[in-house]
Design a protein around this ligand. Structure first.
Ligand SMILES: [Zn+2]
Length: 235
């Protein structure tokens, strides 16, 4: 499973790097790359075999010989036939696992917040934070703003409400990340809740939520523009 995830990481890196949501057309390529990942070690061994011997075996003969060798070296207790089947089943299971991991990665990235018009992932543009005295006051504030229509003026005014407690004294903070579609500039707002533990801030991942906003809603004045690469970047 872990090897399968590593083998399919190239797709995930591409989707995230280029902010592109995966499309159904990528599925055949996941199957194709699984085939390549499965047979690549045999192909390299085959090239090595051709380079070091005078053999003229075809690649399929080479793989068959590998399976036969695998069977011969393990066949004594159970019989040759069973181990040849085991070799085939091992190949098949490896292939199924590679495809399965690729499809899981595909589905996870399909579900990530994205612009509904352009199918692109959002890019962080600016962020702000509110520090609360305790988790209870943060939860109350969060419940209130989640109930309000995210594209209304009331939502904007609640968002710009000053609730900042000195960070050293506060025990809970709300991190607000304003993101933007790279194509049409539609915005989304990610709300992340952090609790202060003895050793520092820790994120309550269950509370992290992203609101995809209406196309004409602009929160860039409500979420205080702090430069992305400022020294006070959140951790
Ligand atoms: Zn867009």
């Amino acid at each position: 499973m872990v090897l399968g995830i590593f083998a399919q990481c190239g797709f995930a890196i591409g989707w995230v790097r280029f902010k592109r949501r995966p499309v159904l057309l990528h599925l055949p390529f996941i199957v194709l790359s699984s085939c390549l990942a499965l047979f690549m070690p045999y192909w390299l061994a085959y090239l090595y075999h051709l380079g070091t011997t005078t053999s003229t075996d075809s690649f399929s003969d080479f793989v068959w010989c590998e399976g036969y060798y695998f069977a011969l070296t393990n066949a004594l207790p159970l019989g040759l036939g069973r181990y040849l089947s085991a070799f085939g089943i091992t190949l098949l299971l490896n292939f199924a696992m590679l495809v399965f991991c690729g499809v899981i990665m595909f589905m996870v990235h399909r579900e990530k917040p994205h612009c509904p018009d352009c199918d692109r992932f959002f890019r962080l543009s600016q962020w702000d934070k509110k520090v609360f005295k305790d988790r209870l006051s943060l939860d109350t504030y969060l419940a209130q703003i989640k109930r309000i229509n995210h594209d209304s003026s009331e939502f904007k005014s609640r968002l710009s409400q000053q609730v900042n407690f000195p960070e050293q004294e506060g025990s809970a903070r709300l991190l607000m990340r304003l993101n933007m579609c790279p194509d049409c500039q539609r915005q989304s707002l990610t709300l992340r809740v952090d609790d202060y533990e003895h050793y520092g801030w820790s994120t309550d991942v269950r509370q992290t939520t992203t609101l995809v906003l209406d196309k004409h809603t602009d929160l860039s004045h409500e979420v205080t523009p702090i430069a992305l690469w400022a020294a006070t970047k959140p951790d």
